[in-house]
Write a protein that binds this ligand. Structure first.
Ligand code: NAD
Ligand code: MG
Length: 285
């Protein structure tokens, strides 16, 4: 088994949305390690938040498993180009789709551009998210509350609604939730509430789309070493990130990707409406 970095980490702080290249230690999104075996051969995937962190690990894994990928992200062009380079190195095609998912039109555009480029969508991974740490209720502005919901859950609804007409039976939707979905961290109040909503939305949508043969599941990561963390958490928390888990360290993005591959693949043809934890030992029941 590879040995992954353990806390304490150097204190570090970036501005939102953060850059993977600037992190120390550099997160492992499977660039040098993930080995594919044709499990998603011939599929087309649209992945949001695909420039960095978990989204990059999923994009690299999907490409090495044989999928072409559309990579949506906010504005981290360097991180996105790096992800694209790995996808192309795997011999797959990709398209880059920068823009703000808080805007309804952009949600519709990423779907139509993916279909324009590849003709269909077999796998939709709704993975983009925003969070910010606040120690006092009074510090959360109304705008920030609404924007958090717009990016994390409303965009997910809009993208699913636009994508489903382009998804045939056997397709898969995978939504990134969080351990915060049922164990909310109080300093992430708005974010945690959206993650609860995502878990619930996923369970409902799976039932709604069953008749179309489209499967819908959510993944609930625990602490994972990504730009989201160093751009939204105080440096002292960053230094000790993941220390409280039974495994005593944060997960690396590459350790989250395999469950996305399984849920995207035809091997999980009877798996729908479920939620999968990748938490380093913290129970989610
Ligand atoms: P990340 O920063 O690498 O990825 C999040 C991405 O979301 C960013 O790269 C960014 O491009 C995108 N994004 C943010 N705001 C956007 C907007 N307005 N429009 C379009 N795109 C936007 O961090 P990550 O940790 O890999 O996050 C991926 C997912 O994993 C998120 O849903 C996050 O909530 C979830 N998650 C992360 C952890 C963790 O500890 N890192 C734990 C549980 C869940
Ligand atoms: Mg990013």
């Amino acid at each position: 088994m590879p040995s992954y970095p353990r806390p304490p980490f150097p204190p570090q702080q970036q501005s939102v949305p953060g850059s993977q290249r600037a992190m120390d230690p550099y997160p492992d999104s499977g660039e040098e390690s993930y080995r594919g075996s044709g499990r998603l051969s011939g599929k087309v995937a649209l992945i949001t938040g695909a420039d960095s962190g978990i989204g990059r690990a999923v994009a690299i894994a999907f490409a090495r498993e044989g999928a072409d990928v559309a990579l949506a992200y906010l504005d981290e062009h360097e991180d996105a180009r790096e992800t694209a380079r790995w996808v192309e190195q795997a011999g797959r095609q990709c398209v880059l789709l920068p823009g703000d998912l808080a805007e309804k039109q952009h949600c519709l555009d990423i779907v139509s551009k993916t279909v324009e480029q590849f003709g269909r969508i077999n796998v939709l991974v709704n993975n983009a998210a925003y969070q910010m740490t606040h120690h006092y209720l009074a510090d959360i502005s109304d705008d920030e509350w609404v924007r958090t919901f717009d990016i994390n859950i409303t965009a997910m609804f809009r993208i699913c609604q636009a994508a489903v007409p382009h998804m045939s039976a056997g397709s898969s939707i995978i939504n990134t939730s969080s351990i915060n979905s049922d164990a909310p961290k109080p300093t992430l109040l708005a974010y945690a509430a959206t993650k609860g909503a995502i878990a619930n939305f996923t369970a409902g949508l799976a039932q709604l789309l069953g008749e179309k043969g489209i499967r819908v599941n959510s993944v609930a990561p625990g602490p994972i070493w990504t730009p989201l963390i160093v751009s939204t958490m105080p440096p002292d928390e960053v230094s000790h990130f993941g220390e409280q888990t039974p495994l005593g360290r944060p997960g690396q993005p590459v350790e989250v990707a395999p469950i996305y591959v399984l849920l995207a693949s035809d091997e999980s043809s009877y798996v729908s409406g479920s939620r999968f934890g990748v938490t380093g030992g913290k129970p989610i029941l």
